[in-house]
Design a protein around this ligand. Structure first.
Ligand code: PLP
Length: 386
């Protein structure tokens, strides 16, 4: 057994990020400026989108995507139940209603048939969460959304870099929201990005990201009147600072390398778990590129004498950190009180929740770390077999 605790996640930041941040600090320009512009340009190029707008969180990216489609009070937006609360919370900022739907037991992504069944006259959009970094079934989802006039907003907080049938995530739906939170595949500590090919809404999203002001601070060239600006509407304070963008630029350079290491770790896990039926590896479609943000196993509870919670604490006793993604939204008190959801509403999401564990999968894990994880899991499965 390993004697040092292996955390569920450790961000991959090193000398390059530290130097880039120091440079910004020494430059005298700390907030939104040249580094943000550079990060946006490089990010847009990396995913192959026409536009990228940097923000201070993935939640802000989801919020402004909904603002761009003009969501309003009484509207409905379809959201899968097994996601982080941010995916649904942003809908409520407009007085609109998040309509939860069940997921597919294999891909853990939104069930397109359930989505179609949930569409009403009030539905305006769907938030497609690419769970763990595996893209949703977009060729099934898009025609359903289009035929009902729904906007398609992708929650790609896990999906950098991911692709669906050769198309990079960030180029498919109307707006794609990325997160650069500390645990995500690319981090700026806190941060987010919207990518879109839609020329029409870009200026409005930029304006809304900074108090509804007509131009960003660094662009107000107009020599004699550098103090001049116009407030066009009430907006938000969602701009990304240059300190964060400097980290993002260095992270983006390493994005493919990071993904390749996560892919290797995932492959090693899947190989090891082939020896037991108690541990189900994630089901990966063969027409996608998976970012491997998460590696979620599904326990076969019929073959184990312990439940998921006990399995997690057995792992903790063997110094292995894990997590669970996600507690379905309909099981949280807020969604039950505000929208009348109850246990039993989404059986697949609950089935997944009862048996899922997210294993550590971050680029700086060594081969020994990976083996410690698989040894611990196989040992627990053996000791507690039924
Ligand atoms: C992390 C996450 C978000 C929110 O991103 P922030 O940058 O923390 O605001 C949204 N959706 C999902 C699925 C996430 O995992």
């Amino acid at each position: 057994m390993r004697d040092e605790f292996l955390p569920f996640h450790r961000p991959s930041v090193g000398a390059a990020e530290i130097e880039a941040v120091s440079e910004v600090l020494r430059s005298g320009w700390l907030t939104t400026g040249p580094r943000v512009k550079q990060f946006e340009e490089q990010f847009a190029e990396y995913v192959g989108a026409r536009h990228a707008i940097a923000l201070n969180s993935g939640t802000a990216a989801l919020h402004l995507s909904l603002a761009a489609i003009g969501l309003s009070e009484g509207d409905e937006v379809i959201v899968p139940s097994n996601t982080f609360t941010a995916s649904a919370e942003v809908v409520t900022y407009f007085g609109a209603r998040p309509v939860l739907v069940d997921v597919d037991r294999e891909t853990l992504n939104l069930d397109v048939a359930a989505m179609e069944a949930a569409i009403t006259a009030a539905t305006r959009a769907v938030i497609a969460v690419h769970f763990g970094g595996q893209p949703c079934e977009m060729d099934a989802l898009l025609p359903v959304a289009r035929s009902h006039g729904l906007a398609v907003i992708e929650d790609a907080a896990h999906a950098l870099p991911s692709a669906y049938r050769g198309r990079t995530i960030g180029t498919i739906g109307d707006f794609t929201a990325f997160s650069f939170y500390a645990t995500k595949t690319l981090t700026t500590a806190e941060g987010g990005m919207i990518t879109t090919n839609d020329d029409q809404h870009v200026e409005r999203i930029r304006r809304l990201s900074l108090h509804g002001i007509s131009e960003g601070g660094w662009e107000r060239g107009d020599a004699g009147r550098s103090w001049f600006y116009e407030v066009m509407e009430p907006g938000f304070k969602y701009n990304m600072p240059d300190i964060a963008a400097a980290i993002g630029i260095e992270q983006l350079r390493q994005s493919d390398e990071f993904r390749e290491r996560r892919r290797q770790i995932a492959a090693a896990y899947t190989r090891a778990f082939a020896s037991t039926e108690a541990i189900g590896p994630p089901a990966v479609r063969d027409d996608v590129k998976h970012s491997w943000h998460l590696y979620v196993i599904l326990l076969d509870l019929d073959r184990l004498a312990i439940d998921r919670d006990q399995f997690v604490s057995e792992l903790r006793q063997r110094n292995i950190g894990t997590s669970v993604h996600f507690i379905p939204l309909h099981l949280h008190p807020h969604y039950q009180h505000a929208y009348g959801y109850a246990k039993g509403d989404f059986p697949a999401a609950e089935w997944v929740y009862d048996r899922s564990i997210s294993l550590p999968i971050f680029p700086s894990m060594t081969d020994d770390d990976v083996r410690d994880v698989t040894d611990a899991l196989l040992d627990i499965a053996r000791q507690h077999r039924r």
